[in-house]
Ligand binder design. Structure first.
Ligand code: NAD
Length: 513
C-alpha cells in the first residue's frame, strides 16, 4: 500500500501553527525515506531519535510543559472529542440533550486525572533512588537513575480510542521519552481528531501521530523502537511481540479476555444486578474490564434474572434502543460477531437487534454451556452469559481451567468467599462486589497476566513502564589500595576479606506470624 495515499490519510501530522517550519517527523522525512527506497516511517523515527539524542525530552521542564499541554488539549477540545466519540460509537449524542456521561468520564475525566496525578508526582518520580550499600561500596554513591527509554511507540484500539492512547502517553511523557502514537483506524473520527488536533499542542520534534491500519502498523513496526506499548486483542498482540522481538525491543501488551464474575448465594441481589448491568452495558459492553460472564448456582440464577431485568429497565427504560445512555457497536463486523453469540444458552432478557443501527439490546443468556460460542471468545458487547456451577469450589476450578483474565470479580456478602476467590485464582486485577473500579485509581497498577497481557501502567506504574531503571555506582578515582583484595594473584585471605565486606547474612529466622 502506498503509505502516502491511503484512504485513511496515512500521514504523519505536521505543524499546524508554525507554517514554514519543517518539523522533525513531518512529511519531509517520509518523502526522503520513500525516495531512498526505505521504510516510509524511517525518516520520522530517525527524526524523533535525533530529538531524543539531543536530550530534548529529558528535562523536567519539558515533561511538565508537555503534560500541561495535554491537559489543555483535553479542556480545549472537549466538545470535538465528545462529538468524535459519539460518531464512532453512534451514541447519537449530537442529537440529544443529555450529557454524554460515559464518554466524558472515560475519555476526558480519567485521562485528566492521570495528567494531574503525573504533574503532582513527577518531581518525586524522577528523583534518583539511593540504595543500600555494603562495606565494599561504603564510600561510593549507589543509585537508580530513572532513565527514559528513548523513542517509544504506542498502538491503541478502538473501544476507548482516546483514553487508551493518551493514558500511556502520560506515562511516556512523564518518563521523558519521544513518542509515536498510532490510534485505531476503526474509530476513525477519533483517529482524525487526534491526528489533526493533538500535534499542535505537543512539541512536534518529539511527538508524532501516525494513522492507518494493519498495513501501516506493520511497516511502522519494522522500525527499531526503544519501547512498544500495545493495547488490543491477543492475536495482534502476538504479531506486535514478534515484531518487537526482531529488535529485542521491550514491550507492554494490554490485551483482552473473558472476565469471570462469581455471584455467591444470598446478599442483596438487586445491588449485584445493578452493578453487573452497569459494568456489562457501559459503552455497550465494549470494555476490556467488563464482567464477561457470570458463574452462579442454578438457584442464584433464578433469583438474579428478574433483578437483572429490573436493572436494565431502570437504567434504559422499556426500550433501551430509545435510551440516550445506551451505546452502539462500533462496526458492522463487531455487530455481526456479537449477534452470532446470541444463540448460546437461552435468551432470558433482551436479545433484540437492529443491524442498521448496530444495536444489540442489553441481553442476558441463561444456562449457557461452557462449550457454546458465547463462552469461547471475549463477548465485547452488551451480552451477559450465565453459566451455572454448584458453588464456589467449582467456580474457582472453572476460572482456573481457562486463560488468565484481565479481571476476576466476585460478589459475596461473606468476606471469606471473597478472599478464597482472591487467593485461589490469578488475573490482572480483582474486584469484590463491583466490576471495573480497580481501573479508576491511578494508585493501582492496571494490566493483565498471561493471555490478558504483560506489564502494567496508570499513575507511577505508567512512569515506571516507560522508564529504564539504570543501576549507577559512582566511585572515587583514588583509594586504589582498597581494591587490592579483588586483584590477582588471588589468595584465600583475599577471598575472606571480600566475603566479609560483601556477604549478606541471614537475619535470624523468618516468622510467618
Ligand atoms: P486489534 O487487535 O484489532 O487492534 C489494535 C491495534 O492494532 C489497532 O491500532 C490496529 O490498527 C492494530 N492492528 C490490527 N491488526 C494489526 C496487524 N495485523 N498488525 C499490526 N497492527 C495491527 O484490537 P481491537 O479490536 O482494536 O481492540 C479490541 C481488543 O482490545 C479486545 O480484545 C479488548 O479486550 C482489548 N483491549 C484491552 C485493553 C486493556 O487495557 N487490556 C483495553 C482495551 C481493549
Amino acid at each position: 500500500m502506498d503509505a502516502t495515499n491511503t484512504s485513511q490519510g496515512n500521514n504523519m501530522t505536521t505543524h499546524q501553527d508554525t507554517p514554514g517550519k519543517v518539523p522533525v517527523g513531518s512529511d519531509t522525512g517520509k518523502m526522503d525515506s520513500k525516495a531512498a527506497g526505505m521504510n516510509p516511517y524511517a525518516g520520522l523515527v530517525s527524526g524523533l531519535r535525533a530529538a531524543w539524542l539531543a536530550g530534548k525530552t529529558r528535562g523536567a521542564e519539558h515533561r511538565v510543559s508537555q503534560l500541561e499541554a495535554l491537559g489543555r488539549f483535553l479542556d480545549d477540545k472537549k466538545q470535538p472529542i465528545l462529538d468524535a466519540m459519539a460518531s464512532d460509537m453512534r451514541k447519537l449524542m449530537l442529537l440529544l440533550p443529555q450529557p454524554p456521561l460515559e464518554a466524558e468520564l472515560s475519555e476526558i475525566l480519567l485521562v485528566k486525572n492521570e495528567v494531574n496525578y503525573a504533574l503532582n508526582s513527577l518531581a518525586s518520580w524522577m528523583k534518583d533512588e539511593f540504595v543500600e550499600k555494603n562495606l565494599v561500596t561504603r564510600l561510593d554513591t549507589a543509585f537508580i537513575r530513572k532513565d527514559p527509554y528513548g523513542v517509544v511507540l504506542i498502538i491503541g484500539p478502538w473501544n476507548y480510542p482516546l483514553h487508551l492512547i493518551l493514558v500511556p502517553l502520560v506515562g511516556a511523557i512523564a518518563a521523558g521519552n519521544c513518542v509515536i502514537i498510532k490510534p485505531s483506524e476503526i474509530s476513525s473520527c477519533t483517529e482524525k481528531l487526534v491526528a489533526e488536533m493533538l500535534p499542535s499542542y505537543l512539541d512536534k520534534d518529539c511527538f508524532a501521530v501516525v494513522t492507518g491500519g494493519p498495513a501501516e502498523t506493520t511497516q511502522l513496526l519494522e522500525n527499531k523502537f526503544d519501547y512498544i506499548f500495545y493495547t488490543g486483542g491477543p492475536q495482534v498482540g502476538r504479531i506486535v511481540m514478534t515484531a518487537a522481538a526482531k529488535h529485542l525491543t521491550p514491550l507492554t501488551l494490554e490485551l483482552g479476555g473473558k472476565n469471570p464474575c462469581y455471584v455467591a448465594e444470598g446478599g442483596d441481589l438487586q445491588s449485584v444486578a445493578n452493578r453487573l448491568v452497569w459494568g456489562r452495558c457501559f459503552n455497550a459492553g465494549q470494555t476490556c474490564v467488563a464482567p464477561d460472564y457470570v458463574l452462579c448456582s442454578p438457584e442464584t440464577q433464578e433469583k438474579l434474572l428478574p433483578a437483572l431485568g429490573r436493572a436494565i429497565a431502570q437504567f434504559y427504560g422499556p426500550d433501551p434502543r430509545a435510551s440516550p445512555d445506551f451505546a452502539r457497536l462500533v462496526s458492522d463486523r463487531q455487530f455481526q460477531r456479537v449477534r452470532a453469540l446470541l444463540g448460546s444458552g437461552r435468551v432470558a432478557l433482551g436479545g433484540q437487534t437492529d443491524e442498521q443501527e448496530r444495536y444489540i439490546a442489553p441481553t442476558v443468556l441463561a444456562d449457557v454451556q461452557p462449550s457454546e460460542p458465547a463462552m469461547q471468545e471475549e463477548i465485547f458487547g452488551p451480552v451477559l452469559p450465565i453459566v451455572t456451577v454448584p458453588g464456589v469450589d467449582e467456580a474457582i476450578a472453572f476460572i482456573n481451567s481457562r486463560e488468565r483474565p484481565l479481571a476476576v470479580y466476585v460478589f459475596a456478602a461473606d468476606s471469606k468467599v471473597v478472599h478464597r476467590v482472591l487467593e485461589q485464582t490469578s488475573s490482572g486485577g480483582f474486584g469484590a462486589n463491583d466490576p471495573m473500579m480497580h481501573m479508576t485509581l491511578p494508585s493501582l497498577p492496571f494490566g493483565g497476566i498471561g493471555n490478558s497481557g504483560l506489564g502494567s501502567y496508570h499513575g507511577k506504574f505508567g512512569f515506571d513502564t516507560f522508564t529504564h531503571q539504570r543501576a549507577c555506582v559512582l566511585r572515587s578515582s583514588g583509594l586504589e589500595a582498597l581494591n587490592s583484595p579483588r586483584y590477582p594473584p588471588y589468595s584465600q585471605r583475599k577471598l575472606g576479606l571480600l566475603a566479609a565486606a560483601s556477604q549478606i547474612q541471614r537475619k535470624g529466622t523468618c516468622s510467618l506470624q
